[in-house]
Design a protein around this ligand. Structure first.
Ligand SMILES: Nc1ncnc2c1ncn2[C@@H]1O[C@H](COP(=O)(O)OP(=O)(O)OP(=O)(O)O)[C@@H](O)[C@H]1O
Ligand SMILES: [Mg+2]
Length: 294
């Protein structure tokens, strides 16, 4: 079973307040490939009420079974029996154990240790976009961060797929993170979006240590060549150095399709090797920042 590690694992929030930039695509497919080529165990957390990450990785019937047993992110935040969508109980108790809520997506064949786990999403997370009483929500944030701390001992990496709007959930994710991975489209507003996110992170009142940032240009769908916006981003004195050299290319294998479940690099189809090479370059560029031997 899982061992307790000395140094807690890094936690990456895949975050951009701009919608549709590839946060979920990257959380699912890039990190699944990272697991393959690095041999690290990774826990993915679906932290968006729209739960697209879960829909990418779990069949509808499996999700239904998990949801019925309350094995979702909502149970991490509060005991699922909590009666109101607008109130939070004062004493929430400790969070569940990771193994009691996770879906095991892949295993280590050698030791049986989970290689890739998923904490399924839950539409009820919408509650945290409706309730904005920060005092009332404090115990929820504490419960979430306690959960992340225990996940960091069990896994080599924790990845949080965030929702696009800035909300209580964004604050929980940033506070629990050692790293932010911000996907951007190379368009005229990408630098503006990064500046806003940076302002938001700097303005957080209780942040103990600012997470390290990495920016990943997502070329897809449609844009695979360098353009003037990419050049401007790379030339930007603040964000240029944080931007990974390799862009995630557009690939039809990464396009979300209704009813299709699974990871792109597991498909045995044409072009999968090109996608794997593209992702391997990105993974290698991330290793240094994560404190892994490049
Ligand atoms: N590199 C790529 N190649 C092809 N399609 C892509 C690529 N990146 C993202 N897409 C597609 O673009 C759409 C938006 O991506 P995704 O859902 O990952 O963005 P998001 O940032 O998570 O969105 P949201 O803000 O709504 O959570 C999806 O249909 C996805 O399949
Ligand atoms: Mg998403």
């Amino acid at each position: 079973m899982s061992q307790v590690k000395v140094t807690p694992a890094p936690v990456i929030s895949v975050l951009n307040m701009k919608g549709g930039v590839g946060k979920t695509t990257i959380s699912a497919h890039l990190f699944r490939h990272m697991m393959s080529i690095t041999g690290k165990s990774i826990l993915l957390i679906d932290f968006d009420p729209q739960f697209n990450l879960t829909q990418t990785l779990m069949t509808q019937s499996k999700y239904k079974a998990f949801r019925e047993k309350n094995k979702t992110i909502f149970s991490v935040m509060e005991p699922p029996s909590t009666p109101s969508m607008f109130k939070v109980a004062k004493n929430l108790g400790p969070p569940p154990h990771v193994d009691d809520v996770k879906e095991q997506l892949f295993y280590w064949t050698a030791t049986g240790k989970t290689a890739l786990g998923l904490i399924p999403g839950d539409f009820r997370m919408i509650k945290y976009t409706l309730v904005d009483d920060s005092k009332m929500l404090q115990p929820v944030q504490k419960r979430f961060s306690d959960f992340i701390e225990s996940a960091r001992e069990q896994y080599d990496l924790v990845v949080i797929d965030c929702n696009p709007s800035s909300s209580f959930m964004t604050i929980c994710a940033i506070n629990a993170s050692t790293h932010l991975l911000t996907p951007v489209r190379s368009d005229r507003y990408s630098v503006l979006g990064l500046e806003l996110l940076d302002e938001f992170v700097n303005g957080l009142p209780v942040i103990t240590k600012k997470p390290k940032q990495m920016v990943l240009i997502n070329g897809g769908p449609g844009k695979n060549t360098e353009n003037e916006f990419e050049r401007a981003l790379r030339a930007n004195s603040k964000f240029g150095p944080l931007t990974l050299p390799t862009i995630l290319k557009s690939s039809t294998l990464l396009g979300a399709k209704e009813g299709k479940v699974g990871c792109a690099t597991d498909k045995k189809v044409a072009h999968v090797n090109a996608l794997k090479r593209n992702m391997a370059s990105i993974v290698n560029e991330m290793k240094g920042s994560l404190g892994w031997v490049p």
